[in-house]
Design a binder for this molecule. Sequence first.
Ligand SMILES: [Zn+2]
Length: 362
Amino acid sequence: MQKFLPILLIAVFATFLPVNPSAANFQPSIKCLQIQLNDLGIDVGVASGFWHRKLENAANQYLTNYPSKQLPYPSRLNAIVWCRGLGQIHPKLRKFWPSHNNPLQLSLLNNLSKSQSKTIRKEARRAFKFINSELGFDLAEPVKIVASNSLQDMLPVVRAEAGSVYTDAQIQADLKKHCHPSRSVSGAAFEHIIAICLGKELSSGRAFTKDQLISLRHTLAHEISHEVLNQLSGYLHTQLPGEEFVKRGPRWLLEAMAMVIDNHYAIPSNSLDRNLAWYRMKNSIDSQELKRSESANIFSGDVHYYGAGLAGHLLFKRSGLDSFRTYGEALGIEGNSLIAFKRAFGLSLTDFYIYFGKQIKP
Ligand SMILES: [Zn+2]
């Protein structure tokens, strides 16, 4: 099945790491929220970009003034959900979104050749536009992408964006783990930035071959999908010191969504049924194993990726592509993946496992 080969070439990953204590750092989305609330006449003082009690009180004051079902209880974990949500409720506040003037920001490092940079720029814009029009998200923060064929060069750029969430050692280890010199294109989604890594084959600066281009498309769409979900649900998986651990839901579901979107985008000639049949053939896990792979620690390797791919395409078939955006948004508002799952896909997670068990074989 030559046509499906590109799916195999990219097993790309989101990163799920514990958070360092400097997570209380400046956040553009907190600053956005502060400016928005001030603009609405609810005083939060200087827009510092740091979470504090006065901001929490002001956000609660907002909820008293404008009761809303679209906003969660305010915390620094979900400032991005607030910044986006206020812009949706009050369109005049969209101008304060950090994404307002430049929704897609690319850092193409100078170890790439001109032709490679040109291709990546064009493909990133195309993937971003496609996902945006398919899923209809309005992201309040820009999608930031760094592309490079050298991990060393990439490190400071990732650190500058994700350094308040991850330690240097975590970023380094993650880049090393997910950027494979043996793969033409691979990637990793950190919070606030996506790393696109070119492997050995492309290190000489030569132009992308047709297959490499398809890998690039898969990787871009996959990692952008992760960042979209991060922003819709509010970077929820991170555990901040002294705060409750809020899960973004089953790990397999996060991968499932990204895989559905990257396949849908990168191989448009494949029908949903054809993708479903392919994942059915590759899949080797039952519903119990799928459930086990809810945990990020257990989720690993092709076995879980194929299972997640099958589960994702089953959900796509049942509920449509929009349901993935619904899931992210519901999770951002409710902070509870079980509620979000039922709202998005119309059945409970428990019932979905039963359904998955019946669907494994055609
Ligand atoms: Zn992934």
